[in-house]
Design a protein around this ligand. Structure first.
Ligand code: HEC
Length: 403
């Protein structure tokens, strides 16, 4: 009976904490996230547009150049309003340096790199959620919504016109991460474009639209060779797929990323379940560090169901002790989050689990020696054939000499 009562009490506590954590979060999120997301949004516009305003130290398009300066001044103002914390001074310094570089009309490539680096630093420091909580839908999913809310200005296939940019231009699109596209659709993050969109869009709708937009540039393209995904695992898994800007990758990988983020449903088939588990755990850890244990718990369970459960049996057959250890680690992390364990303990449990999962993944890959087996098998087969031929010739010769 006592046991039941304590279980009941634990359940009550858990459901309470699950209910309360979004409330606590909702209180400090509105001041923090939008300012940081707004600044990140402005920096990403600068990264994309500045290159068209200045060439070889000369202004090409003065109104565009002035716009970049205004965006930067605004970004700096926003950064200064963000709550102080270790690392903010360095962030402010990097934005100030960017301001000087723009005033000196430095080269576009350099400004792009600096603006993106400042945006990434900002996102890390203020724990911006830069990747969707759910799986990305196919590009077709948000097409009806696009037709209804966006096509009027952007054209049915994103072709644009007038002052509306061409969303099919792969070079321009390569400068945006999927998260940057998502941000342009958020009225809280994007003061200019957000106001053009009628009515609210949910976060899910914005991610879905970001994929629809990302698809325009690659709609008719053939998929990249599958071995690329092995060389650059980030191309097929979240969160890297949402946060990486293709322009920052080598040309072949950039092309592959452009394609894969426009076809998430076709890419999912290529992703190893344990890679998916790790991607989701990374998201769970970020949510936890930002103080959102409810969302961390939700993602942890997704990681278990979608990433680990499909390979659990296979793993137990291959390496039973590791499988046993893993189920212990999953359980420990789950209890630590639910039981409100000290931060350091939860983070350590995340690290332990992710470490063991990467070990499991290495164990499930086909053994590197397989190729050698094939070589040996081929060699032995050839040797057997040769021996057979020799014997046959030998016998024939003997027969012939007897005749
Ligand atoms: C009233 C016209 C209008 C509507 C509606 C509109 N946009 Fe835009 N969009 C623009 C203009 C103009 C720009 C250029 C940047 C700016 O001035 O904000 C732009 C920029 C963008 C960009 C950034 C691309 C770049 O190259 O800079 C994306 C992505 C985008 N829009 C997607 C959408 C989506 C998705 C919707 C529907 C939810 C939408 N837009 C609705 C007019 C519109």
């Amino acid at each position: 009976m006592r046991r039941y009562r304590s279980v009941f009490r634990l359940c009550l506590l858990l459901s309470l904490s699950l209910w309360l954590s979004p409330v606590v979060l909702a209180q400090d999120a509105p001041q923090r996230e939008p300012l940081a997301a707004q600044a990140s949004n402005l920096l990403s516009y600068i990264a994309v547009d500045y290159g068209d305003s200045v060439k070889n130290g000369e202004i090409q398009d003065n109104s565009l150049y002035q716009q970049q300066r205004r965006y930067l001044a605004r970004a700096l103002e926003l950064v200064r309003q963000l709550p102080d914390k270790p690392g903010r001074a360095a962030l402010e310094k990097s934005v100030l340096e960017l301001d000087v570089a723009i005033a000196e009309k430095r080269d576009g490539e350099q400004i792009r790199r600096r603006a993106n680096a400042a945006a990434d630093r900002l996102a890390a420091l203020y724990q911006l959620q830069r990747s969707p909580a759910e799986m990305l839908p196919s590009a077709a999913f948000a097409r009806p919504l696009y037709r209804e809310r966006c096509a009027g200005c952007h054209g049915a296939d994103g072709q644009g016109g007038g002052d509306t940019p061409d969303l099919r231009d792969p070079q321009r699109m390569a400068s945006f991460s999927l998260y940057d596209l998502y941000n342009t659709l958020d009225p809280l993050a994007d003061e200019v474009h957000g106001a053009r969109i009628d009515g609210d869009l949910s976060s899910r709708q914005r991610w879905a639209l970001a994929v629809t937009v990302a698809n325009f540039a690659v709609a008719g393209d053939a998929p990249p060779p599958a071995d690329l995904a092995q060389r650059y695992p980030a191309l097929i898994g979240l969160p890297a797929m949402a946060t990486t800007r293709p322009v920052e990758l080598p040309a072949d990988a950039a092309e592959a990323l452009l394609w894969s983020r426009g076809h998430p449903e076709r890419v999912r088939a290529l992703e190893h379940p344990l890679a998916r588990a790790d991607g989701l755990l990374q998201l769970a850890e970020t949510a936890y560090r930002a103080g959102d244990s409810a969302s961390a718990y939700h993602k942890l369970m997704l990681a278990f169901r979608q990433g680990y459960a499909p390979v659990r049996e296979q793993l137990s057959e291959r390496d039973a002790p590791l499988a046993a250890q893993l189920s212990e680690y999953w359980q420990a992390l789950r209890s630590a989050i639910l039981g409100d364990a000290p931060n350091a303990e939860v983070i350590a449990a995340f690290q332990r689990l992710r470490g063991a999962l990467s070990q499991a993944r290495a164990g499930l890959e086909p053994p590197a020696a397989t190729q050698h087996y094939y070589l040996w098998a081929a060699f032995l087969f050839a040797a057997a054939v040769a021996l057979g031929l020799l014997l046959w010739f030998g016998l024939r010769r003997r027969k012939l000499s007897r005749l």
